[in-house]
Ligand binder design. Structure first.
Ligand code: JFZ
Length: 431
């Protein structure tokens, strides 16, 4: 029997029973579709345009008068996710700009009441996801809100002290009621919070109580309070914070893949080009091979991969992005057994260039050269299925690949792409 190399446990806190049940589908899913879509698609310079270019709130809000994404088709977007092999979706219900992409009774600053479009894309996506068996989730900016008075506004590394309105009022009158109406009206399975500016322990507890009260099975990410680990190892205070928050998984730093496993459940979010919200001229798209390799690296360390689309103001997913994920999806159709529902394996052959530190102490991301990596599937006695080790090879080694670190006797080796599963020749030296 193969002895599968499993991940080290020190950094992984014990999960409560509810936790295990909640997280089951998420742990197996591995790969999701992230969508940053809002009024900012119109100026097409990213989702921070209002702050970056210091737009007066009224000017930004006026974008709503022209927002009319008539090309939006929920079924088409969900089909792209499906063909890409993505198992869940997380879409911006409200980003930092404060604009709700759904029919909100809490605030008229929403797509149904403030635009000529008048329809509710969140409703359409929630329903299309349900039909297609994709788990629907929403992104919600709980603290930054640049439209509603009291919502946090960043200025020079902190928040604007001169802003009008109280954060308490904003939180109680906008954030909490909007989360309530989204849970009741759209049946999300994941809530993805972002940017914890000003989130006190008490506000976090209040939010978690509201969420778990309405839906105990909701999966919540760590950005409710925790921006991200400072280094690629979680510090003791960071671990304590995560445990006490009662959230379900750790959101890693944006667009970075850690070098080791950090916490029991974690996810990294990634852009397909260099932007989250639609950005004119950013055409440097990742290709299918890069996507497969990134997903492989994440799954090799028990993480999930959330890959972002920034749709246009007309409601279209960028064509090149769709092409790349569909190509990766074709690979997953054949090789998905090595990805979905697997466990981390420490076996890999990476050349990871030394990480460098930015002046603020943060690690700069590095791009490793992956020769091959492995994932593992424990034996399932009930199903009569043997333990399996999957090797993803990114640099074709010629006629022989040497793998060090397999314990136990290997019975058979074959290509997943070979439907007949005809065995490959292999030699095992010692254990
Ligand atoms: C945040 C947002 O401000 C941004 O607009 C986008 O939605 C992104 C997914 O999340 O930006 C961040 C948050 C955290 C880090 C970097 C950018 N981080 O921890 O490195």
């Amino acid at each position: 029997e193969l002895k599968l190399p499993m991940r080290a446990a020190e950094q992984i806190p014990a999960a409560d029973a509810g936790d295990q049940e909640r997280m089951q589908w998420w742990r197996e899913a591995k790969y999701g579709m992230f969508i940053h879509w809002g009024l900012y698609a119109e100026p097409a310079r990213g989702e921070w345009v209002m702050i970056d270019e210091e737009w007066p709130v009224a000017d930004y809000a006026a974008l709503a008068k022209d927002f009319n994404p008539t090309a939006f088709d929920a079924t088409e977007w969900v089909n792209v996710a499906k063909e890409a092999g993505m198992k869940y979706m997380v879409i911006t219900a409200k980003h930092h700009d404060g604009f709700a992409m759904y029919d909100s009774e809490v605030s008229p600053f929403n797509i149904v009441d403030a635009t000529p479009y008048k329809k509710d894309p969140l409703k359409a996506l929630s329903e299309a996801c349900e039909q297609a068996g994709i788990q629907f989730g929403i992104y919600y900016s709980q603290a930054f809100d640049w439209y509603h008075p009291g919502g946090k506004i960043p200025r020079g590394g902190a928040w604007d002290p001169a802003q009008e309105g109280s954060f308490d009022d904003y939180f109680n009158e906008i954030a909490i009621p909007q989360i309530q109406e989204i849970i009741k009206g759209y049946n999300p399975h994941v809530i993805w919070f972002d940017m914890p500016a000003g989130m006190t322990d008490e506000k976090c507890r209040q939010m978690m109580d509201v969420i778990r009260g309405l839906k105990p099975g909701m999966i919540v990410n760590s950005r409710l309070k925790f921006t991200g680990p400072k280094t690629s190892v979680l510090q003791p205070d960071e671990l304590t914070l995560l445990r006490e928050l009662g959230v379900d998984y750790l959101t890693y730093r944006d667009r970075e893949i850690p070098e080791t496993t950090l916490w029991r459940d974690w996810e990294t979010c990634m852009t397909l080009n260099h932007s989250w919200g639609f950005t004119e001229g950013d055409e440097d798209w990742k290709d299918a091979k890069t996507i497969i390799e990134m997903l492989g690296r994440v799954v090799n360390m028990d993480g999930n991969f959330l890959l972002n689309f920034g749709p246009t103001a007309e409601g279209r997913l960028p064509t090149e992005a769709v092409k790349s994920v569909k190509e990766a999806g074709a690979w997953l159709k054949v090789n998905g057994e090595a990805v979905y529902g697997v466990r981390a394996s420490e076996l890999k052959d990476f050349d990871i260039p030394k990480a460098t530190r930015a002046p603020n102490g943060r690690l700069r991301s590095v791009t490793p050269k992956v020769k091959w990596l492995a994932t593992a599937r424990p034996a399932d006695a009930a199903m009569g299925a043997p333990a399996k080790l999957y090797i993803q090879i990114f640099e074709w080694p010629g006629s022989t690949l040497e793998i060090t670190g397999i314990e136990g006797k290997v019975k058979r080796a074959y290509f997943l792409a070979d439907a007949t599963q005809s065995p490959l020749t292999f030699q095992q030296k010692g254990e």
